[in-house]
Design a protein around this ligand. Structure first.
Ligand code: ADP
Length: 409
């Protein structure tokens, strides 16, 4: 996805989301006001019904005048409110407007507030001194809460849904970005692989041509030199293909290593041997301190050998001057410890956190013209993990790097 298109999509989404929130806000305010009106109408209808029922009950008879029951008034009001969709128990008071006092109230401590309530209704109960102005007053202390609960519930739900949409949108964008990165990596991987395979093939082809030339092949030293070139390049190709194949195989959860007793020192000697020519060409050297005793451990020979080869190969690849590699082994805390040290370009603290990730290459990786796939160290760390070992690195930019592998015996 092109950058401008991504910016466009994010902007459209942001505008849409903000508009949605604003619309929701006004909608809520409207609902609030409608609810308010509906509430007032509901209370009014309920009280009309209450008063008409009370008047009907007490109509005409003298006995009825003493029979006015305040408790009945409460329950009748609650009942009628419920019938009008209002599930509340208001404070109720019977107020004598002429005397300025309450004849009855459900909560005598709250009479001052009740007197202020706008919900007052004219009523003349039988048995009460006539000529006085009597009102039924209702107090809804939780009115606001009731109204808000009704309308804000929808707002909270909408905001919650908007939040879910936003989170999903961010996840989709991230997935797209990862997809793009993977695409880029794939292209880089194919380009690098082509380069890495073509170079040794060309070298081998050239060496073979030279060997076919009688004047060259007569001379034993020259012939041996060309054969060793072919052998080195062959070994390089083998490890390259092996690393890619094994790395792909290791992605499978059921992958298992094939362990047996292995002497690590001959594996190191073999790796050192195969880099001899490359090092000679670049004026470099390999030093070994093989102090581990015993030097055997229970490991997969093929993968252990590839691990050593990868670490030494990196040490040489990432040295600008004549590469100086030091390989050492030791037994520490009953574990086999292998160290591969170079005096190359080093790895920054930030990159050190990522070098073991698959396909990760230090961004300056192509500046020093070293091609690679970014799978070598990932493969190495996988091999170490499968052997229940640990790997760590110490590095200083411009000073060099030391990889330390510790494996159980
Ligand atoms: P590749 O060498 O194929 O790029 P690796 O997985 O072997 O992939 O290494 C990942 C990155 O770590 C490399 O791109 C390189 O920048 C850095 N790196 C690895 N080994 C060394 C080293 N010995 N010295 C400096 N940088 C290294």
């Amino acid at each position: 996805m092109k950058r401008w298109f991504r910016v466009f999509i994010i902007s459209v989404f942001a505008i849409a989301a903000v508009s949605l929130v604003v619309i929701q806000f006004f909608q809520t305010r409207r609902t609030f006001s409608i609810n308010d009106n509906m509430f007032n109408v509901g209370v009014s209808n309920a009280m009309d019904e209450v008063i008409s029922q009370l008047n009907g009950n007490s109509a005409g008879t003298e006995e009825a005048s003493t029979a006015f029951n305040y408790k009945e008034l409460d329950s009748l009001i609650v009942e009628e409110l419920l019938l009008n969709g209002i599930d509340m128990h208001p404070d109720v008071g019977l107020y004598d407007g002429t005397q300025g006092s309450f004849l009855y109230s459900t909560d005598s401590r709250n009479e001052n507030n009740l007197e202020e309530s706008p919900y007052r209704y004219n009523f003349q109960p039988a048995g009460v001194v006539s000529g006085n102005q009597i009102y039924i007053i209702l107090g809804f202390p939780k009115t606001e809460l009731f109204l808000q609960r009704n309308s804000w519930l929808y707002t909270y739900m909408s905001l919650f849904l908007i939040l879910i949409i936003a989170v999903m949108f961010i996840i989709s964008l991230r997935t797209l970005a990862i997809q793009r990165k993977l695409d880029q990596m794939k292209t880089e991987f194919i380009n690098n692989m082509t380069h890495e395979i073509k170079t040794p093939l060309a070298t081998i082809g050239l060496a073979c041509e030279m060997l076919q030339d009688d004047s060259v092949s007569q001379d034993n030293d020259t012939r041996r030199n060309f054969i060793s070139i072919i052998s080195d390049e062959n070994q390089r190709l083998r490890v390259l293909v092996e690393t890619i194949l094994q790395s792909a195989k290791m992605s499978n959860k059921n992958f298992k290593i094939n362990c047996k007793e292995v002497d690590i020192h001959p594996l190191i000697e073999r790796a050192t041997q195969s880099f001899k020519l490359t090092l000679a060409n670049r004026g470099g050297s390999i030093e070994t301190h093989l102090d581990a005793n015993p030097s055997t451990l229970f490991a997969d020979e093929l993968h252990l050998s590839n691990l050593i080869f990868n670490l030494v190969d990196n040490g040489i690849k990432y040295s600008t001057d004549a590469p100086r590699i030091v390989i050492s082994t030791a037994i520490e805390d009953n574990r086999m410890v292998l160290r591969v040290q170079d005096h190359g370009i080093g790895i920054s603290k930030e990159d050190q956190k990522h070098v073991f990730e698959k396909f990760y290459r230090v961004s300056t990786g192509n500046i020093h013209n070293v091609k690679g796939f970014g799978i070598g160290l990932n493969y190495v760390s996988e091999v170490v993990r499968l052997h229940h070992g640990t790997i760590s690195l110490e590095s200083e930019l411009g000073q060099g790097t030391t990889f330390t592998v510790s494996l159980p015996l």
